[in-house]
Design a protein. Structure first.
Lengths: 266, 441
């Protein structure tokens, strides 16, 4: 049991946790996200797309790390542009970057606590939230180990723990399953479903199977534009026997991509 | 914030830097304990002088710590968090500040038991001088943090250490005759001990503190800045502090030259008679000085109108100060050993008697005749004259021995009268030749 603040129980005034209209974001000089329209509510959204599709750039823009170059982006109902004060939005964010940076001398508990502090969590909630986040990713026995002693899979889980410590309303995970063994992947899917019950979770991955198993919604982008948004079942239905892939979902993925490329080529 | 500060104290460079700075500080102190063993003020001033190494090391510690953020690639993750950069830097600033202050004060604490038995005079100035030293360490660490952030490279820390030493060494030469500039900008300048009575004037410490607070502030602003505009703004406290310090610092020559604390120089006397007094800074040595001084006074008592009091010779050369010349006072040179105790007692005794209790400092003209003085002194001590100068020609001592034998052959009263005449003449800066020879009256 925990105390619930007034802000938490207040009715949301925004229809979408993430709402992008004609969003353009640069990666260096290249326009990696180019005119993307996207609306995401609560649930687990799998972000699919080939390498260079703009997945990481999109997630970085949603994490407020890069400023959009154009279009409109609203997070939790608040505009995200050059002038906005992002502090309130950021308190509601959880983010695991593709390259997860951490202080190697900190223990897992210390690092997650440090992140909770950076996310400006109320002081009284921090110790409990830190323990819960560590328990949720299955690092309880490693809580007092230094970050530098963790294996790749454990580091990934520590990264997820820091992302979920503040019970974020928008959770952004850029390839979180890299380095996880099959059993850990199953636990991770469980965690995603759990968080996705009342938050908006966006998971970028190359593993179509993960998306089908854990996501309530599939978002597919290519060359910075939205290709497809729908349910996993719908994705499977897109594929035929002639499409490349070892599973129905993979065949659906290839079919969508092929169709989009041929349309773009026209 | 307190919990985060705790984490930073444990996991940042803070803990390691305490050990390194403490070790460096203690080694420097104990390489030459004679430099600070005479008292508390010498201790805090010598520790300030060792900032020549500790200050650049502190700079390097800051730069090293600052590299953590760059090396561990956390910018991406932290950029998505709510807490502003300035607030995020506070625990780091606090942790390093606490670490370098503790290291500096702990170094002094290590020296405390060494001299606690003999050091007595503890003026408030000593705490001010130590506090300014700690402030210098904090300013260096914070400036190091800021510079390490601007140049996050593995060589930044060692390069800053070398540059820091170079700066402190070159600064006094660079400002030439404007020594007051060096006094502001170098926390170690003017801290070398020429006498045990030396001090640091309050206005000098105030100017130094103003500059160091401004420098620390500039470092903190530079570290917390997230745009070029705030980085430039960091110059503001530095410029303000420097201007204010320049206004406050005294430029009078007597302030800049090794200043003397008259209270430290005052004579403090032991109970009982004959009276034996030493300067306040050496007052802890009185129990060791008294027996030697009274022995010397007893030897001098053979003279007519003998001196009845022994005072420490508190002469300083720069600035020139000397104790008043009094006929009934014999001066003694107090020398302190590595442990803060009186040393060379035999030399002290011999010098007191050999000078016949006459203060000839300030006499102009030729120095008093060595054979006459030596023969008279030896007669008082009741032993044959010996030379203590290997460069001296043998004739000088042969002459002294001859004069001494003459005194030995005289009746006691007559000899005492002649030695007394030598003492009178020496005090009057008059010629001594012939005073020991001639017929018995």
């Amino acid at each position: 049991m925990r105390t619930v603040s007034a802000a938490e129980t207040a009715p949301t005034t925004h229809p979408w946790a993430v709402h992008a209209e004609g969003l353009r974001v640069r990666a260096g000089r290249h326009l990696a996200v180019d005119g993307l329209d996207l609306a995401l509510g609560a649930g687990v959204h799998g972000l699919l797309g080939p390498n260079g599709a703009g997945k990481t750039t999109l997630i970085r823009a949603l994490a407020t790390v890069v400023r959009p170059a154009g279009g409109r982006l609203r997070l939790l109902g608040e505009p995200v542009d050059g002038r906005a004060d992002l502090r309130r939005v950021r308190r509601g964010l959880g983010y695991l970057p593709q390259q997860f940076g951490f202080y190697p001398r900190f223990t897992v508990r210390e690092f997650v606590e440090y992140m909770a502090w950076l996310k400006e969590m109320p002081k009284s909630m921090v110790p409990g939230a830190v323990q819960r986040a560590i328990d949720r990713v299955g690092l309880t026995s490693k809580a007092n180990a230094r970050m530098k002693t963790l294996s790749g899979g454990m580091l990934r889980r520590a990264g997820i723990a820091q992302a979920v410590v503040n019970d974020p309303e928008v959770l952004l995970l850029d390839e979180p399953t890299v380095g996880l063994d099959p059993e850990q992947r199953l636990d991770f899917r469980e965690l995603l479903r759990d968080v996705g019950l009342d938050s908006c979770v966006l998971v970028s991955t190359h593993l179509v199977e993960d998306v089908v198993a854990a996501c309530s919604d599939v978002v597919m982008i290519n060359e910075g534009r939205l290709v497809y948004q729908g349910t996993p079942d719908d994705l499977i239905a897109q594929g035929g026997t002639g499409d490349a892939g070892d599973s129905p979902a993979e065949r659906g993925y290839s079919a969508l991509l092929r169709r989009h490329r041929s349309e773009a080529g026209r | 914030m307190n919990r985060i500060l705790g984490i930073e104290l444990r996991r940042s460079a803070a803990a390691g830097s305490v050990l390194m700075l403490l070790l460096a500080g203690v080694i420097m102190l104990y390489v030459a304990p004679r430099r600070w063993s005479p008292g508390w003020m010498p201790l805090v001033m010598i520790q300030r002088e060792y900032l020549v190494l500790l200050w650049p090391l502190s700079l390097a510690v800051g730069a090293w710590q600052s590299r953590r953020e760059h090396r561990s690639n956390v910018a991406e993750l932290f950029a998505s968090t709510a807490r502003p950069r300035a607030q995020r830097m506070l625990p780091t600033l606090a942790a390093l500040g606490i670490a370098v202050t503790c290291a500096y004060l702990a170094t002094a604490a290590v020296a405390v038991p060494w001299i606690i038995g003999t050091a007595r005079y503890l003026p408030a100035t000593a705490f001010v001088v130590a506090a300014v030293g700690a402030l210098a360490m904090i300013a260096a660490a914070w400036l190091g943090l800021a510079l390490g952030r601007l140049l996050p490279h593995v060589v930044t820390a060692p390069a800053l250490a070398v540059a820091g030493i170079g700066l402190l060494m070159v600064l006094p030469a660079a400002v030439r005759h404007r020594e007051w500039l060096a006094l502001i900008f170098s926390p170690m300048f003017g801290m070398g001990q020429y006498t045990d009575y030396q001090t640091v004037y309050g206005r000098v410490s105030a100017a130094q503190a103003i500059w160091l607070v401004a420098l620390a502030g500039a470092g903190a602003v530079l570290l917390a800045s997230d745009s070029w505009r705030t980085r430039v703004a960091a110059l503001l406290p530095a410029i303000l502090g420097a201007s204010l310090a320049i206004m406050v610092i005294p430029r009078d020559d007597k302030f800049v030259a090794t200043p003397i604390d008259p209270v430290a120089q005052e004579q403090v006397c032991a109970e009982g008679s004959p009276r034996v007094c030493v300067s306040r800074v050496h007052s802890g040595l009185l129990p060791e000085v008294v027996p030697v001084a009274r022995q010397a006074l007893a030897m001098l008592a053979k003279l007519p109108n003998p001196p009845t009091t022994a005072h420490e010779d508190t002469t300083t050369y720069y600035p020139a100060t000397s104790p008043p010349r009094q006929a009934d006072v014999v001066l003694m040179q107090i020398t302190v050993d590595d442990h803060g105790h009186l040393t060379h007692e035999a030399d002290m005794l011999r010098e007191m008697v050999a000078a016949l209790g006459a203060n000839t400092d300030g006499c102009s003209g030729p120095s008093p005749s060595v054979p006459v003085m030596r023969a008279a002194g030896s007669w008082l001590m009741g032993r044959e004259p010996v030379t203590d100068d290997s460069d001296e020609s043998a004739e000088v001592n042969a002459e002294a021995v001859k004069l001494w034998q003459g005194l030995q052959n005289l009746p006691e009263k007559e000899a005492a009268a002649r030695v007394g005449a030598v003492r009178q003449a020496a005090m009057a800066c008059a010629d001594l030749d012939g005073l020991l020879t001639g017929r018995a009256q």
